[in-house]
Design a protein around this ligand. Structure first.
Ligand SMILES: Nc1ncnc2c1ncn2[C@@H]1O[C@H](COP(=O)(O)OP(=O)(O)O)[C@@H](O)[C@H]1O
Ligand SMILES: [Mg+2]
Length: 308
């Protein structure tokens, strides 16, 4: 286990421990719960090309969405995102491990102890650590599951890169919904050519973009996401935690968080500060991104519990 992984594991253990202490649970329960809630996963540096995808919107009257977009899956695969056809790629393996844990938290025993366990916030301390890359790969990986659907929401309204990366140029998205009651969920919900993947783009830039994320309308939308389709995982590609106050407000609406940590760049003090902004009761996973392959075990990734 690398130094950063040890530190993160300890950090999350301390965090979970504090929440448990206040509940006066037994030490054994604390250990059990810590083990369930703690996760550190590595994603190696991949050869991501910058070729831009172009998706073509088409009308669609099915399944709560007014439009369908055709994602260029061949190009995404070429750009080294999780592949929907070549399941044995390294990146598929990496995201399979973290996806499994998130799905277990969302629908397994722990889900009863979490509020909105199927809502997952993907964030980081600072911009550029790989939130969008991770959120898209997680969404693709979950879409490979036979019995789950996934909704990917671009909530990084200041740097909305989901639509850019997926090549979607839909005119209505999250901020449009949040600022106007005449915009409905079907207006912003996009079906895709990946049967189990839906997308909501960030929407038009707005001078109150981040404030909108902390609004009552956002809270109601998130509630609806959580309860309306119980078999659905919702992934929010969120702004960074440091410097954007609304990210912590959004975190409080979600049951799980994946904190992306860029190997050799993110400082531990920043990670500690970010974690301190998250609600104590949420399940937190750390994704060490752009990890160098020779530092992991075997395939270049590791997966550690707090107790290990
Ligand atoms: N594991 C990775 N391997 C290679 N490139 C990556 C990886 N993760 C992110 N990147 C690249 O790093 C840049 C920043 O990532 P991005 O996901 O846009 O960050 P954020 O959303 O946190 O601002 C992008 O160009 C992205 O393609
Ligand atoms: Mg981003």
């Amino acid at each position: 286990m690398s130094t950063i992984e040890k530190a993160l594991t300890k950090l999350n253990r301390d965090n979970t421990g504090r929440a448990e202490d206040s509940d006066q649970h037994t030490e054994q329960k604390t250990a059990q719960k810590t083990e369930q809630k703690t996760m550190v996963q590595r994603a190696t540096e991949h050869d991501v090309s910058s070729a831009k995808a172009v998706a073509s919107p088409q009308p669609d009257k099915h399944d709560g969405a007014a439009h369908t977009v055709q994602l260029d899956l061949a190009l995404l695969e070429k750009n080294n995102f999780v592949s929907l056809s070549k399941d044995r790629r390294l990146i598929n393996e990496e995201y399979r491990v973290i996806k499994r844990k998130l799905i277990n938290n969302a629908f397994g025993a722990l889900s009863k102890t979490l509020e909105h366990p199927n809502l997952i916030l993907v964030s980081s301390s600072r911009p550029g650590e790989g939130k969008t890359f991770s959120a898209i790969n997680l969404a693709l990986s979950i879409a490979l599951e036979q019995d789950k659907t996934v909704l990917l929401v671009d909530a990084d309204v200041l740097r909305p890169n989901v639509s850019k990366t997926l090549g979607i140029s839909h005119h209505l998205g999250l901020t449009d919904y949040l600022q106007s009651t005449s915009v409905t969920v079907p207006d912003i919900l996009l079906s895709t050519n990946v049967e189990r993947l839906k997308v909501i783009t960030a929407g038009s830039p707005h001078h109150l973009s981040t404030e909108l994320l902390a609004s009552e309308r956002m809270s109601q939308l998130v509630d609806e996401f959580s309860t309306r389709y119980p078999d659905r995982i919702v992934i929010f590609d969120a702004p960074p935690l440091l410097g954007v106050n609304e990210t912590a407000v959004m975190a409080a609406m979600c049951g799980q968080a994946v904190i992306v940590v860029e190997e050799n760049r993110t400082r531990l003090a920043e990670i500690e500060q970010s974690v301190s902004l998250l609600p104590k009761e949420m399940a937190v996973g750390f994704l060490i991104n752009k990890a160098h392959r020779n530092q992991g075990k075997g395939y270049g990734y590791g997966y550690y519990y707090g107790a290990s």
